[in-house]
Design a protein around this ligand. Sequence first.
Ligand code: PYC
Length: 317
Amino acid sequence: MHIVDSHTEGEPTRVILEGGPDLGSGPLTERAARLATEYKDFYRSVVLEPYGQEAMVGALLTEPTNPECVAGVIYFDAAAVIGMCGHGTIGVAATLAHIGKIGIGTHKIETPVGIVEVTLSDKNTITVKNIDSYRFKKAITLEVEGIGKVTGDIAYGGNWFFMVDDSPTPVLPSNIRGLTEAGIAIREAIYAQGIEGGNGGIIDHIVLYGPALTKQGHTRNFVLCPDDAYDRSPCGTGCSARLSCLAADNRLAPGKEIYQESTIGSSYTLSYEVSTSPTAPKGSIVPSITGQAFITREATLINNPNDPLRKGIVLGS
Ligand code: PYC
């Protein structure tokens, strides 16, 4: 399998250029559902150790159904096939530039949740114009074991997020374990209390916010992903969901830029426009996320049928 690895603001992406499963030529939602149900061992093996690494998101390139798009892509982590991935899209754009498929300028990429736009200012600096994003519910209070009451918004940015403005534990790089435990406890409370996103959407990403550690930063975030790894970048879909909440609360004007810090101190530049789509939910915005990706590896991934760990290291199952 031909792969290109990159990191976007510290968060790894592995793009499968060739050698992935044949998911047919139907809509990307169908292909993503097939990957999720029929090829779970395959996609997990790509990102789990020993072939992958912690926090890695995979991006399976596929033919787009829309001829205006330069590529179709389906994202996954070690736990699930996910709808969209902001850092992954920046990584995919850098990868497509690396292999000479796209150049400086704006290009469209098809994902299972819609078409996104990428603009390459140079081969590393990329802006993603994401799909329509919106806040679904404001100020939901949960009783969380070991923490107590936690209040957050439910918002959509290509994945479903529960976003807590005042993290119950400091958002500091020295507190990854405490943040991870708090994120998992909040996610368990969400599931236990039957809380969902729109149309039964599974809220599988948790974001905790704390004060920025730099002068230009708006806030610093900690993002727990479905595989329990934290996002080293500020999380593109999480930032999209966040922008929709800031817009809904009149805390940020359209077009105004802010800098979102990640837990490790990398950042994205964010802004939004009000969505004009007649089919978008009320209050939807179109987020823009700018960050940098760097290619780290181009390789052939060899999955040896005799390797007892070819499906990846899975502890506790
Ligand atoms: O950047 O949207 C993102 C993302 C989702 C999961 C990991 N990164």
